[in-house]
Design a protein around this ligand. Structure first.
Ligand SMILES: [Zn+2]
Length: 241
């Protein structure tokens, strides 16, 4: 289950240097995003290093875990290596002051056993399955829409993303956009389009949140609802006196 409230989350996979352009877009809009990294890729040519990731974190963005080696978790599970691989990668991030609570499955690969294995280790996990998310979405199989690179026919133009935001406002669902800024299909024009769409989200009242923020905000609101429900009996009780 995920919260039943409207929000938009922008996620960059793989930790490429080009992610910094998206950081700029998010910063100018006054919002935060999610950046998913694999420790084996950090610092390689074309990828952010740990000092840069610390700056991204310090700017308020969320750093998510994207597998230690970026191998699909379904393959590692079949070899029996998955728990050790996750422990190794998370320790390498922790040693650098990064403590992810969100998982992005490498290549989106997951199955029931993988989900059961990661559930005690992370607050939520994201797939590459297409769609928006509402109350009944499995928190360890959250859907995403590709933005820029890998976008399919249903999300190839700006109008589709605008409709996505408007649907979130109308039906209190949670679309999450999957960006691969380091991939060839992601252009500068996508960053400009993202800036326009973040303005649109603000105009229609859809908050842009990290995954961690959204789960926490919705929990707070659920707490408010419980608190007001708890007050009601005493009011009713008072009226009976
Ligand atoms: Zn990836």
């Amino acid at each position: 289950m995920v919260p039943q409230s409207a929000a938009l989350t922008v996620m960059c996979d793989d930790g490429a240097c080009a992610d910094l352009d998206v950081v700029d877009v998010l910063t100018q809009a006054g919002v935060r995003g999610v950046f998913a990294v694999s420790p084996d890729l950090v610092g390689r040519s074309g990828f952010l290093n740990f000092a840069q990731l610390a700056q991204v974190r310090d700017a308020g963005h969320e750093i998510a875990f994207h597998g230690t080696t970026h191998e699909p978790f379904t393959d590692l599970r079949r070899k029996g290596d998955l728990p050790a691989a996750i422990r190794d990668g998370m320790k390498r991030l922790a040693d650098e002051g990064l403590f992810p609570t969100t998982l992005i499955y490498p290549c989106g690969a997951n199955d029931r056993r993988v989900r059961a294995l990661v559930a005690p280790l992370f607050d939520c996990a994201f797939t590459t399955w297409y769609g928006q998310n509402d109350r009944v979405t499995n928190r360890y199989a959250i859907r995403r829409m590709a933005f820029g690179a890998y976008a399919g026919r249903s999300t190839f133009d700006e109008a589709a993303y605008r409709r996505c935001i408007e649907r979130a406002a109308a039906s209190t669902c949670w679309p999450t956009w999957m960006l691969h800024p380091g991939a060839g299909g992601h252009t500068r024009e996508h960053n400009v389009m993202l800036a326009r769409l973040l303005t649109h989200a603000r105009e229609v009242g859809v908050p842009v949140r990290t995954a961690r923020q959204h789960l926490a905000e919705a929990t707070v609101h659920a707490g408010d609802a419980l608190a007001s429900a708890a007050v009601r009996p005493s009011i009713n009780g008072g009226s009976r006196v």
